[in-house]
Design a binder for this molecule. Structure first.
Ligand code: PAF
Length: 280
């Protein structure tokens, strides 16, 4: 595996791969790898000749009060894990390589970025994500890019960028990877102390309870809210939304996402379940 720091090096490596008729898969990440990231890399490895993983803690998607300075960073560990699953290139640039002096462009997706995480974290968040992902697509020109479904809203935002800007990349959303007790894997789980770690399992339990309630014909949101309340968690949001448009929905006639965000201990965690639509 090669660790590359500059855009010029990645462009050259991708150009060589393309000249040899190879396909290219991209896994954009901010590092602090866990099984969720590795599942994306394995999927890219299965499907492409050249697998590029970007490791860049993107400053523009963090608000001033968020965890940019404390976000877990361990490049040597990440590099070993990526190499272990057969990644070809780890692109780990410095911020100035991605945002040189005079950088002046922002990609803003209207509508779906204004709710849920966009409302909780602020508009800068998805602007930062959309901008850096668009840059990475310009640098790597992947045939496909792999994202985790845990960040369901992010997947929809990236799909919209690709569609609206006619970027020639397929977006692959891979299933959420969970700990044995159901907690969705997240780089931010390292912020949880033992008490908060136990409390955090309520997020997935709440989503499970909602599915059980739905099957029984009971209220989806009240069931989830009750589990969170019992665990002492006040969600930032707990919402049922159309799985494609993110419009609020009251019943699951079409595929819907039940999404939750909550501060647990010193971590802000998100999770979601897809509820399959049952048309009347
Ligand atoms: O999901 C992430 O890790 C980030 O939001 C991404 C897609 C790598 C953009 O910085």
């Amino acid at each position: 595996m090669r660790i590359l720091r500059t855009i010029a090096e990645v462009l050259a490596a991708v150009r060589d791969a393309r000249a040899a008729g190879h396909t290219v898969g991209l896994v954009p990440t901010m590092g602090a790898f866990h099984e969720g990231h590795l599942s994306l890399m394995r999927e890219a490895r299965r499907n492409h000749d050249l697998v590029v993983v970007s490791l860049f803690v993107n400053p523009t998607q963090f608000a001033p009060n968020e965890d940019l300075s404390t976000y877990p960073r361990d490049e040597a560990r990440d590099a070993a894990l990526a190499e272990g699953v057969g990644v070809d290139i780890l692109f780990a640039p410095e911020p100035a390589e991605i945002y040189p002096d005079g950088f002046a462009t922002t990609i803003h997706v209207a509508g779906i970025t204004e709710v849920l995480d966009g409302a909780s974290r602020g508009a800068h968040h998805f602007d930062g994500v959309a901008t850096v992902v668009t840059k990475l697509f310009g640098i790597v020109r992947p045939d496909a890019a792999y994202f985790g479904q845990k960040d369901a809203q992010q997947v929809l935002v990236v799909r919209r960028v690709v569609r609206d800007l006619d970027l020639d990349a397929r977006i692959v959303a891979c299933p959420i990877v969970r700990e044995s007790d159901g907690l969705a894997m997240s780089s931010r789980n390292v912020y949880l102390d033992a008490e908060a770690r136990a409390q955090a399992t309520a997020l997935n339990r709440a989503l499970d309870a909602a599915e059980v309630a739905r099957a029984a014909g009971d209220g989806i949101l009240p069931a989830a809210r009750a589990v969170l309340a019992e665990a002492g968690i006040e969600p930032e949001y707990l919402e049922l939304r159309d799985a494609e448009t993110l419009d609020p929905v009251e019943s699951v006639d079409r595929d819907a996402l039940l999404l939750v965000a909550a501060r647990v201990g010193s971590a802000r965690l998100i999770d979601n379940h897809l509820l399959r639509g049952t048309p009347a």
